[in-house]
Design a protein around this ligand. Structure first.
Ligand code: NAD
Length: 275
């Protein structure tokens, strides 16, 4: 079974460099998909209160037989739970649904800058971290200005920023800000949601060259670019295919082909506006 390498977060916690995402998966499907993923070797699972499948995810994890300390569970605080007290309550509810007494990573899902509540919300996450109920805390969809504000006004630097990132949206500016602040970049929609990206001729050519699939070479690009990636699938063969990426390496020519694919176009919402 594949063993996934880890990256060290800014508080020393080790996080698998490849995880399994469960957005748009029903609670029932999550039980099956997460069970298959853990059997295939994934140890990191990315859910969120908004996905409404924390219960199924938690059930699969509990039934997997893998000791809790060998798993890395991420969940996220939804936009209508911003604010200090709301965030503490939302976290308790997530833990209850997951059926665990701690998460490995707790994220603010979106900054919702229009409401200007993310700093207070972050202070609640700092308390959760101090209590040991999350081993690490981070954010998602934060722009560099939001990260700078947290750095100026609070004590803990986010361990992770989970952002939309794939070869057609390479996010150079965000990644530079993360490097400057010591924040790990985690890529959501790493396969471009399985839409156009996997049929781009340059991606198909790299895949043919390595006798791999387009999804595998895209995930390999993430790894070699230093991101954490969390591909999603509910299809068992694809779940296994997406973790089978540790037996080959992209060369400079392949990386140059990927570098040329950046279009700076988002599939998801603009974090400056959303929420
Ligand atoms: P993704 O890029 O992982 O693409 C998933 C889709 O690609 C699948 O539904 C399937 O259609 C296709 N696919 C998967 N494996 C394939 C394979 N081997 N070959 C061909 N097609 C394949 O998209 P995603 O689900 O949007 O993102 C992954 C995870 O990121 C989510 O499940 C979620 O955990 C997280 N996410 C977070 C946010 C956020 O705001 N923080 C937003 C979106 C997603």
């Amino acid at each position: 079974m594949t063993k996934v390498p880890t990256i060290t977060l800014n508080n020393g916690v080790e996080m698998p460099r490849l995880g399994f995402g469960v957005w748009q998966v029903s609670d029932e499907e999550a039980v099956r998909a997460v069970t298959t993923a853990v059997e295939a070797g994934y140890r990191s699972i990315d859910t969120a209160a908004a996905y409404e499948n924390e219960t199924g995810t938690g059930q699969a994890v509990a039934a997997s037989g893998v000791p809790r300390e060998e798993l890395f569970l991420t969940t996220k605080l939804w936009n209508n739970d911003h604010g200090y007290d709301n965030a503490l309550r939302a976290f308790d509810a997530s833990l209850a649904r997951l059926g665990t007494d701690y998460v490995d990573l707790y994220l603010i899902h979106w900054p919702v800058p229009r409401r200007d509540t993310y700093v207070d919300t972050w202070r609640a996450l700092e308390k959760i971290l101090a209590e040991g109920r999350a081993r690490a805390i981070g954010v998602s969809n934060f722009l560099p200005a939001h990260l700078d504000r947290l750095a100026d006004e609070t004590s803990v630097v986010p361990a992770v920023n989970q952002i939309e990132l794939h070869p057609q949206l390479q996010q150079a500016e965000a990644r530079a800000a993360h490097r400057r602040l010591g924040v790990v970049t985690e890529a959501w929609s790493p396969l471009g949601q399985g839409k156009g990206l996997l049929t781009v001729p340059a991606v198909a050519a790299v895949a043919r060259k390595h006798d791999r699939t387009p999804a595998q070479v895209v995930l390999r690009w993430h790894l070699q670019s230093g991101h954490v990636a969390i591909p999603k699938s509910v299809t068992p063969s694809r779940i296994r295919e997406n973790i089978d990426i540790f037996g080959f390496e992209l060369d400079d020519e392949d990386l140059a082909a990927f570098a040329a694919l950046d279009e700076g176009r988002r599939l998801g919402p603009d974090p400056a506006e959303f929420g």
